[in-house]
Design a protein around this ligand. Structure first.
Ligand code: KDG
Length: 314
């Protein structure tokens, strides 16, 4: 595998009419999951990506599995659980901004993710491990999985990226969230917070101060994302800025996952940091041009055309 990731994948029902969720009558079924979005982004760009997780042995789980398989993700380490359901979420029609999202995931099959020896072999043979803060919140066993996976990746010589992906509603307290997320962040090579996440996690609103916090704990590179302000990387090559690409935004969810996929893809291709940030920002921008969390993720041809001409055409 070029890159491996793990976590919870859910079914997602996207409202087709504008307005609040409780008024929506028509929904389209799709999939959600920050880590599977990243794995999809990588697969679309031609990398061999794998995802580890648990799905319920039910129609939603089968739907999610078929969707992820059709994206070209390796699912050999996916387990079906017949004692817990596949989690799902409802998402309102965003029409150009942040949608309303409601989870139905407590006690889901996804939260049963637990480490086992074969996972060690799978993770340690990959070139890169990507993780997010979400598994740290969904169960003790999923949190343990994260620590074990980072150790296995390190043992195999893989690089490790971490996107905090803060989901306060999944945590018992903000204090616990900050402590655990920062503990895992310190184990990664790269940390990719949004500027607001950085503020919560470090107490600083300035990207340079956020980066200082993680660089001081041994992280090699910090990339702080700031929506339409762009992104800025801090690390061995100094400070590198990347403006955001202007696109017609349909739905902002999935932009950070697209950004991570672009950055990891560039790393796997051996690009230097300036081009890596440009690819990350381009994939993140294209991800916002569709209603699904991952429908806008581009293949190589679309990405190259976007970078050359600014055209978002599929
Ligand atoms: O980053 C996109 C995610 O917010 C979405 O797909 C759902 O991963 C998700 C989660 O668990 O909150």
């Amino acid at each position: 595998m070029d890159a491996v990731t793990f976590g919870e994948a859910m079914a997602m029902f996207v409202a087709q009419e504008s307005g609040p969720l409780h008024r929506a009558r028509t929904f389209v079924q799709a999939t959600a999951g920050a880590e599977t979005n990243v794995a999809t982004g990588l697969a679309r760009l031609g990398h061999r990506s794998g995802w580890v997780g648990h799905l319920g042995d039910d129609p939603l789980g089968l739907f999610v599995e078929e969707e992820l398989r059709s994206c070209g993700i390796d699912l050999t380490r996916v387990d079906f659980d017949d004692s817990a359901p596949t989690g799902f979420q409802l998402k309102s029609r965003a029409d150009g901004g942040d949608p309303e999202v409601v989870y139905f995931r407590r006690g889901s099959a996804g939260s049963r993710l637990a480490w086992s020896e074969p996972m060690g072999t799978y993770v340690s043979s990959a070139r890169h491990l990507h993780l997010t803060g979400i598994p740290l919140a969904i169960s003790e066993t999923a949190r343990d999985f994260a620590f074990q996976a980072v150790a296995a990746a390190r043992a195999g010589g893989a690089s490790v990226s971490f996107d905090p992906n803060l989901r306060p509603s999944l945590w018992a307290s903000e204090q616990e969230m900050v402590a655990v997320v920062n503990e895992v962040a310190a184990l990664a090579d790269w940390v990719l917070p949004g500027v607001e996440e950085g503020r919560v996690l470090t107490g600083h609103g300035d990207p340079a101060r956020i980066a200082e916090h993680y660089l001081a704990s041994g992280v090699t590179r910090v990339v702080v994302k700031n929506g339409c302000e762009g992104a800025v990387a801090f690390g061995p090559d100094g400070t590198v800025r990347q403006p955001a690409f202007e696109v017609d935004v349909m739905d902002t969810v999935g932009a950070g996952d697209g950004f991570a996929a672009g950055l990891i893809s560039a790393h796997l291709d051996g690009l230097e940091i300036g081009s890596a940030l440009e690819r990350a920002a381009a994939v993140g921008a294209l991800a916002t041009t569709s209603a699904g969390d991952k429908d806008g993720l581009p293949g190589r041809e679309r990405l190259d055309r976007f970078l050359a001409t600014g055209s978002v055409a599929a």
